[in-house]
Design a protein around this ligand. Structure first.
Ligand SMILES: Cc1cc2nc3c(=O)[nH]c(=O)nc-3n(C[C@H](O)[C@H](O)[C@H](O)COP(=O)(O)OP(=O)(O)OC[C@H]3O[C@@H](n4cnc5c(N)ncnc54)[C@H](O)[C@@H]3O)c2cc1C
Length: 348
């Protein structure tokens, strides 16, 4: 069966040209210097096109550029950020492992201090942008402390096998990161963070972008269904004239509008430095849920045509199954909100 994911690598430079990489990081490092709502709108509009394209920009911005900016040295910022912003360098983020997804703190990937370099061993799984030039990899040192390291393509013992057989997020290149006695130069360690709060801080930024992005997919499904409802004639009328179809459209646009208000408010709080991880989880979870609901309703409104590639709805629907799973599953975000409101931890 033909199921070879195709990653349009040429878009990396083009996304750099339109300012989609690091839009809200400071202009002094070649980034956009925009506010958080502008960043959100960029993610929404990219995902209106495709969740995989938005993922490419999200990973580079929030999970590669953000940790270098936040946890890196001044030399690392100057070395990497301008090239990442332009799309001259392409990055990925390695946290998830075969045995540790929702519980990344249990990671097994490790590095040892060998005097003039670190020796890295282990494996990461489900990594977006796996074709990247550099990977921000989270691994434990000899003391079991989590640190971030930048691993570069071409380092001996570092390979990135592609993940095949995906029916979702096919426009994104997903793969593994395998480290077999990789010698990582000492200057590639991110010096200013230790512990799980490092990767979790990046995920908060990325989840904020996803909360906006998923609404973009919902908007494209809604627009498609609305157009179709006006054009498709059954029983001598456009199907948009039937109350059942109007109910679907009215509920779709209501949920989209509510979700937009939530992410807009979150953006205001983020601009003020007040957005909490719990609030971000609530928005990511809500946007994914309403986007999937909108996509399913839109698919039904298109009847048989809804399952074809003639329209974008089925593609969005399949993509959103990844968006609702990665960067914390739907269940995990519910548990985060549960913890936020009760103060009680239901994870363990
Ligand atoms: C296409 C794609 C791209 C990705 N890109 C990246 C990337 O770039 N970098 C990266 O590091 N990772 C990436 N991921 C990994 C993603 O973040 C993980 O898949 C996700 O965190 C879930 O981990 P898991 O798949 O191991 O599921 P598991 O953790 O095994 O969870 C399986 C099920 O158990 C549930 N569950 C787990 N723990 C609990 C609990 N305590 N209570 C109740 N239910 C629980 C989950 O909600 C889920 O339904 C990507 C994933 C996909 C599919």
């Amino acid at each position: 069966m033909h199921n070879v994911p195709i990653f349009p690598k040429h878009i990396v430079k083009e996304l750099g040209e339109i300012g989609a990489f690091g839009p809200s990081l400071p202009a002094e490092y070649g980034c956009g210097g925009l506010d958080e709502i502008s960043y959100g709108i960029i993610m929404q509009e990219l995902e209106r096109c495709d969740s995989g394209i938005r993922s490419t920009a999200s990973m580079q911005s929030s999970l590669v550029m953000y940790p270098i900016y936040k946890y890196g040295s001044e030399e690392q910022r100057k070395k990497y950020l301008p090239k990442l912003a332009k799309g001259e360098l392409f990055g990925c983020f390695g946290l998830t492992e075969p045995n540790h997804g929702s519980n990344p703190a249990g990671m097994e990937t490790r590095f040892e201090d060998k005097g003039d370099h670190y020796l890295l061993n282990g494996a990461k799984m489900w990594i977006s942008n796996a074709l990247a030039d550099i990977a921000v990899v989270w691994a434990k040192n000899e003391n079991g402390k989590i640190k971030g390291l930048m691993v570069e393509r071409g380092m001996e013992g570092f390979s990135t096998p592609t993940t095949h057989g995906k029916w979702s997020l096919r426009a994104s290149c997903t793969g593994e990161l395998v480290f077999n006695n990789v010698r990582v130069p000492k200057e590639n360690l991110l010096p200013n963070v230790e512990g799980i709060k490092g990767p979790l801080g990046c995920l908060s930024t990325a989840r904020y972008g996803i909360a906006w992005g998923a609404i973009g997919a919902a908007l494209d499904c809604y627009d498609t269904a609305l157009r179709y409802a006006k054009e498709r004639i059954q029983f001598g009328k456009p199907i948009g004239q039937f109350q059942l179809q109007q109910k679907k459209l009215a509920e779709m646009i209501t949920e989209i509008t509510k979700a937009q208000l939530l992410v807009w408010r979150l953006g205001v709080l983020k601009n003020e430095g007040k957005a909490t991880p719990g609030q971000i989880s609530m928005a990511k979870r809500n946007s994914c849920e309403i986007a999937l609901d909108v996509a399913r309703e839109a698919r039904q409104m298109l009847g048989g045509m809804g399952i074809t590639g003639e329209y974008p709805v089925m593609r969005h629907l399949m993509n959103l199954e990844t968006v609702i799973t990665y960067e914390g599953t739907h269940d995990i975000h519910l548990l985060i909100t549960g913890h936020d409101v009760t103060g009680l931890d239901a994870f363990k």
